[in-house]
Ligand binder design. Structure first.
Ligand code: NAD
Ligand code: TYD
Length: 355
């Protein structure tokens, strides 16, 4: 048996592939375009592993995807491939429309052609799992209940609008063509191999480098944090037992204002790697200009996934963030490779006013 994973050189996709092969001998074909966010260093431990076939390519390349589907005859396709950073989507939305909307459309069409030709038994068990985000639901006020699956889509950024569009395409391919799809909408992830353009790895690495820790606006925006390995276990569970056509919200009930997250990271670093000058890492916090259209609060109601499929996260925010900080301290080689090239150019563009 084989599964195809797209975007498996990115943060969540690579964690998924590594976890999958740690617990199963089922082959993984990993299709990734290796944009700035794709990193083969993360998959270095699989270099000589015959269960992992890496293919460099685009989800929108129908000829390539069609070839992979007919050669490997997968029982499932799990779509992680996307442009994923909100700030980048504000600077340049075009890539987001291209990959997240047009790319997902082309992938769905390739998969539909393959699936239509399967024998009836394989047709019934095949799954297309689309990995999406809670950001499609828009923003919450302080007293609002967390996002349930029935919440209206109200995306506010080019990123979330492109993901919302892709979710709608996936839904339509089920209702119109009968493709057995599953969609997961997850809250903010953090953990090992996270590209340091996102808040948590950016803060860890800037703190260690003696740089300022940029907090947008008042720092009281709330995100609902989930350790990446818990997201991966939720995806495995939905793939195994989710009902085709359904969507499942994934989250760990860990709502935190950004300022609290940054202070928690600083406190762990003060303990694990105290500054040589005796100061506190939190002294490096600096409030910078807010993100345009910044969503105030996200929060996930994950009760459907718990009730129907028995999934629960293994980590609390406190255990997960400690593991994450420790991982960055222990993996300097990975960090050094990532912080060269494209990432440095992005940082100077995004934060040039502060530089
Ligand atoms: P990421 O940006 O770290 O990785 C994306 C990967 O997709 C990269 O390896 C990149 O090379 C690849 N890719 C981009 N365009 C491609 C294309 N056209 N064809 C093939 N590969 C392509 O993203 P991530 O944080 O790992 O997110 C993975 C998925 O999970 C995304 O769909 C994202 O919307 C969703 N998600 C992310 C979070 C989060 O907190 N990071 C939360 C919920 C959902
Ligand atoms: P991010 O990690 O970019 O995820 P998302 O925008 O998808 O939620 O940002 C998490 C939160 O942290 C978000 O409210 C924006 C904020 N943030 C900062 O305050 N400073 C930063 O430098 C970054 C990258 C994000």
């Amino acid at each position: 048996m084989t599964i195809i994973v797209t975007g498996g050189a990115g943060f969540i996709g690579a964690n998924f592939v590594l976890d999958w092969l740690a617990g199963s001998d089922e082959q993984v074909v990993n299709l990734d375009a290796l944009t700035y966010a794709g990193n083969l260093d993360t998959l270095a431990s699989l270099k000589n592993d015959r269960r992992h076939a890496f293919v460099h390519g685009d989800i929108g390349d129908r000829a390539l995807v069609g070839r992979l589907l007919s050669e490997y005859q997968p029982r499932a396709v799990i779509n992680f491939a996307a442009e994923s950073h909100v700030d980048r989507s504000i600077h340049g939305p075009g890539d987001f429309i291209q990959t997240n909307v047009v790319g997902t459309f082309n992938l769905l069409e390739s998969v539909r052609a393959y699936w239509s030709g399967l024998p009836d038994a394989a047709k019934g068990t095949f799954r297309f799992l689309h990995v999406s985000t809670d950001e499609v639901y828009g923003t919450l006020a302080e007293q609002d209940p967390p996002f349930a699956e029935s919440k209206r889509y109200e995306p506010n950024s080019p990123y979330s609008a492109s993901k919302a569009a892709s979710d709608h395409l996936v839904r339509a391919w089920h209702h119109t063509y009968g493709l057995p799809v599953l969609t997961t909408n997850c809250s903010n992830n953090y953990g090992p191999y996270h590209f340091p353009e996102k808040l948590i790895p950016l803060v860890i690495l800037n703190a260690l480098a003696g740089k300022s820790l940029p907090i947008y606006g008042d720092g009281l925006q709330v995100r609902d944090w989930l350790y990446v390995k818990d997201h991966c276990s939720a995806i495995r569970r939905v793939l195994e037992a989710g009902r085709p056509g359904e969507t499942y919200n994934v989250g760990g009930w860990n709502e935190k204002p950004n300022m609290e997250v940054v202070r928690a990271i600083c406190a762990i670093l003060d303990e694990l790697q105290p500054k040589t000058d005796g100061g506190a890492y939190s002294d490096q916090i600096s409030c910078v200009q807010d993100r345009p259209g910044h969503d105030r609060r996200y929060a996930i109601d994950a009760r459907k996934l718990e009730r129907e499929l028995g999934w629960k996260p293994a980590e609390t925010f406190e255990t997960g963030i400690r593991k994450t900080v420790q991982w960055y301290l222990d993996n300097q080689d990975w960090v050094n490779h990532v912080t060269s090239g494209a990432y440095r150019e992005w940082v100077s563009k995004q934060y040039e006013a502060e530089a």
